[in-house]
Design a protein around this ligand. Sequence first.
Ligand code: ATP
Ligand code: MG
Length: 275
Amino acid sequence: MTDAISLKLTHIVQDYPSPDGGLPNRVIDDVSLAFDGPGINMLLGPSGCGKSTLLRMMGGVRPNDVVTPTAGDIEINGVRCDEAHDDVITVFQRYSNRPDLSVFENVAFPFRFALWKKRVERAEWTKRVHATIDAVGLGDKEKLLPSQLSGGQNQRVALARALVLQPRVLLMDEPFAALDAQTRGDMQELLINLHRQQPCLIVFVTHDVTEAMMLGDRVLVMSAQPGRIADDFTIEEKQPRSSLWLRSTAGVAMQQRILAQLQQTAGHGRVTVSV
Ligand SMILES: Nc1ncnc2c1ncn2[C@@H]1O[C@H](COP(=O)(O)OP(=O)(O)OP(=O)(O)O)[C@@H](O)[C@H]1O
Ligand SMILES: [Mg+2]
């Protein structure tokens, strides 16, 4: 959990077949990145620039129809990784809770699988499931079904299902994008608190500049297709960050730096600022 962890991408290229049978479509063009140790790394970029493609690769999720990556290597703790890795867990925007299972059963779901059953004893995982549900603020809702919860509460269940495995790498693909502004703010605060209690290496995809600045220890800005890393910087401001900081000279300068980079390269796509 708090052990050293590194994730390294070297010269990643991704081509997808063109729908009309023409030349392949280059979506990612020579991306090299290294993440070391616990921290929240924000991957920000316009729609279609290849953020999900890159994140899926880090999670070892390969589409059936295409070879990924077309070129380049992904290493976890120095070992080349071509498929799903036990230490890497992904949370998606669509939270995919099972509608027929209670909150408790949804969070306990991974322990139905042999791998996790073998790794964690029943008594231990039962304790962990209760504690994680408490940590995401749903202690009084363990017996409810997803249909009896709000969107934000459902996303808390999905987050708990990932955290209960104590992943060393947590990949998050626009997990809060479908939530209203107030709930999104609450979830961001929750994530900061949970990360403090259970540090891991997070790569968090967003198209929201404000979200990147509120959460990130490091911000990576991607250019529009083909996706490249256009900017990469750290944010020293301590957590929790306030909207006052966002509006400070330093906050505004950082926001302008990000927007200028995106405007240079975007051309199309959706990037938002939510303050
Ligand atoms: N399996 C696939 N086959 C062919 N093309 C694909 C495939 N997956 C993604 N693409 C294309 O690759 C490009 C990048 O897609 P990706 O989903 O990675 O972008 P994104 O940055 O996550 O966008 P968004 O912000 O809208 O989620 C898009 O043009 C998409 O159509
Ligand atoms: Mg995406």
